[in-house]
Design a protein around this ligand. Structure first.
Ligand code: NAD
Length: 247
């Protein structure tokens, strides 16, 4: 039986750990030719060691020249999975101009560069598929101490709908995934560095009605569906996957 992503060429960002890594692995298991990129070479090496079929590339998605060079090196891209993101903790009062610039740079400008340089290939192919990782904390929900994070993740939703609308006639789809809280290395760091880690962990879990965190593999399953031809009639949609947070 053919695999769900047989021979699709897929670029994944933030593939070193967490959702990006689980998604790169799920894409590979479904038969895709995966280019896994991340700024962290060490985590990429471990991914490549575990899955030698996955091509790895150290890439800072906020570096315009590097993204352009990487994109030029690829003949064809069927799917782009944009997962780079950073969580800033605090309200607007805790968000300096440098925090604002950093979060916009990492969370949305990276997506702008990756998409801007890869999209022309998709237009040429008259087929393409872009999947952007937003969050429930965005225009979908406000939560305490996620001011700049939620602002940038809301921007991703506007970005996604705009691309979906502009390139629908080019047979290019663009969707967003909006996860609730997912058990990833950066989530563990957020718990460890909280003032009261035990309370922080409990609060994260309690705010999800299912009473548990999501797993990176659960997000990856949705990504496989969106990357596959099974979702060919789906574009411009924000797909919440959040243990009931947005009910
Ligand atoms: P993570 O935060 O654990 O890892 C992020 C990865 O991004 C790291 O491997 C890091 O090296 C890489 N990275 C950072 N800056 C980069 C850059 N400039 N260029 C290339 N790579 C870079 O991963 P995660 O928690 O799985 O989050 C992945 C995405 O999912 C993010 O966009 C995040 O905002 C979003 N998200 C996560 C959760 C969650 O609870 N974990 C919830 C909703 C949305």
């Amino acid at each position: 039986m053919a695999k769900r992503l047989e021979n699709k060429i897929i670029v994944v960002t933030a593939a070193g750990q967490g959702i990006g890594r689980a998604t790169a692995i799920a894409f590979c298991k479904e038969g895709a030719i995966v280019y896994a990129s991340d700024i962290n070479e060490k985590t990429l090496q471990s991914l490549n060691k575990e899955y030698p079929n996955i091509n790895v590339k150290k890439l800072d998605s906020t570096n315009k020249l590097a993204v352009e060079e990487f994109s030029t090196s690829l003949d064809k891209v069927d799917v782009l999975f944009n997962a780079v993101g950073f969580v800033h903790h605090g309200t607007i009062l805790d968000c300096d101009e440098k925090d604002w610039d950093f979060s916009f740079n990492v969370n949305i400008k990276s997506m702008y560069f990756m998409t801007k340089f890869i999209l022309p290939k998709m237009i040429k192919q008259n087929k393409g598929n872009i999947i952007n990782v937003s969050s429930i904390v965005s225009s979908l929900r406000g939560l305490p101490n996620r001011f700049i994070y939620g602002t940038t993740k809301a921007a991703i939703i506007g970005f996604t709908k705009s691309i979906a609308s502009d390139f629908i006639k080019n047979n290019i789809r663009c969707n967003a995934i909006a996860p609730g809280t997912v058990h990833t290395p950066s989530w563990e760091d957020r718990v460890k560095t909280a003032k009261d880690p035990v309370k922080a962990k409990k609060d994260f879990i309690d705010r999800q009605p299912m009473g548990r965190l999501g797993s990176p593999e659960e997000i990856a399953s949705l990504a496989v569906y969106l990357a596959s031809d099974e979702s060919n009639f789906v574009t411009g949609i924000v797909h919440a996957i959040d243990g009931g947070m947005s009910i």
